[in-house]
Design a protein around this ligand. Structure first.
Ligand code: SAM
Ligand code: SF4
Length: 384
């Protein structure tokens, strides 16, 4: 093992807001219908207290990106969000041009609110549209209509030059033509970035208990994924990650840091952080339940549930789980720079995957081929 130089790793920050207007039936994120008595100012205070626990451990490295995710953090009053960002910046200075993303639900926003978020320091918005079709939005239990989704996208375009839309495909009863129309509508909004996720039925969700009828089969879903990719590439988007498409220069810096195995601090209920420290790579998990997380921060000042050093034998898989999501892969040297392990330790798996046509033959790169991307989880598991 060679020591990793933490100063060389980009450092990001993830802040979790666990509340939504109501819970969508397909969603297994740590998100919950907001209680009537929700106190956003208190939540902000608690997140900042929780965040303080990382102080003194980052050697003054500035933050290259901040992501406020959820849940539906656009429920936060802009003033509370401003206080959160100011407090975070005081603890961990944002570097000049730091990317600051906020997730927003089209049913919770208007232009005035967007301007408030912009003034609070947000420079990238990620809007959860899911679909531009009313019937699909109803099936998905969304709180907004298609017209509201379009209006929110247009307001986003007026206020932010850098915004993303989240959409899902392979929805109940969906046709290939409908997917093509979703792609066209999404492109027409002027979004700089689009995330197109295939709907997955996650265990424990309402959809797992009562799975909707008419889900596209595997072949049709694969054709839909191809239609998304070809439609967006024709419109000038780069398909740079499994579900991620960006206009040139507009890739999501925050997510790229996850996928290139950088470091990230995290605070808020259920948030996960990863930090490279002199003794190795540490992962910290915050308490999942917002109520229990709150109690813990109030009584001990920390929301940490569990922290552990990642054992060296887990690092190859953890690194590949991220890096292989990138269409262009990563330089082979990044494996050593990020994990501290010698490339030699994974050479047998790399050789076998290159020989099988799953990874590109270039020894200086770790890049999945089209075949590798089609069998991504098998390729990742070769590093277990
Ligand atoms: C945490 S949500 C944030 C967006 C915001 N809460 C909203 O829904 O408007 C992140 C994104 O994950 C995607 N997502 C959530 N559950 C999914 C599922 N079961 N299958 C595929 N994508 C999913 C949705 O596109 C969603 O916008
Ligand atoms: S998809 Fe978004 S709005 Fe719906 S429950 Fe999940 S986090 Fe909340």
């Amino acid at each position: 093992m060679s020591p990793v130089r933490p100063a060389d790793l980009p450092l990001s920050l993830y802040l979790h807001w666990p509340w939504c207007v109501r819970k969508c039936p397909y969603c297994d994120f740590n998100s919950h219908a907001a209680p009537r008595s929700l106190d956003a100012e208190e939540y902000v205070d608690l997140v900042l207290r929780d965040l303080k626990n990382w102080a003194g451990r980052t050697s003054g490295r500035p933050l290259s990106s901040v992501f406020i995710g959820g849940g539906t953090p656009s429920l936060m009053p802009p003033e509370a969000l401003g206080r959160l960002l100011e407090g975070a910046d005081r603890l961990f200075p944002f570097e000049a041009g730091c990317e600051v993303t906020l997730e927003a639900n089209p049913g919770t926003v208007d232009e005035v609110r967007f301007r408030g978020f912009r003034a609070a320091g947000v420079n990238r918005l990620s809007l959860g549209v899911q679909s531009f079709m009313d019937e699909k939005l109803r099936t998905l239990g969304r709180i907004h209509s298609s017209a509201e989704a379009l209006r929110a996208a247009h307001h986003a375009a007026d206020v932010f030059d850098n915004f993303n839309l989240d959409l899902m495909f392979a929805l109940p009863g969906e046709t290939l033509d409908e997917v093509r129309r979703e792609v066209e509508t999404a492109v027409s909004t002027g979004a700089a970035h689009l995330s197109f996720y295939q709907l997955t039925i996650e265990a424990g969700t309402a959809f797992a208990k009562r799975t909707p009828e008419g889900l596209p089969d595997e072949d049709l879903s694969a054709d839909m994924a191809d239609a998304v990719a070809s439609g967006l590439e024709a419109a000038g988007f780069e398909h740079y990650e499994v579900s991620g498409y960006a206009r040139p220069g507009r890739r999501c810096r925050h997510n790229l840091n996850y996928w290139t195995f950088g470091d990230y601090l995290a605070a808020g209920a259920g948030a996960h952080g990863k930090l490279t420290e002199p003794g190795g790579i540490v992962r910290e998990m915050r308490i999942l339940s917002p109520a229990r997380w709150r109690e813990a921060v109030l009584s001990t000042g920390s929301g940490v549930d569990e922290a552990h050093a990642v054992p060296a034998e887990d690092l190859p898989f953890e690194f590949m789980l991220n890096a292989l999501r990138l269409a262009e892969g990563v330089p082979a040297s990044l494996f050593e720079a990020r994990t501290g392990l010698l490339l030699r330790t994974i050479e047998p798996a790399l050789s076998e995957l290159r020989a099988g046509g799953f990874l590109a033959p270039d020894p200086d790169l770790i890049r999945p081929t089209a075949r590798g991307r089609a069998f991504l989880s098998d390729v990742q598991e070769a590093f277990l």
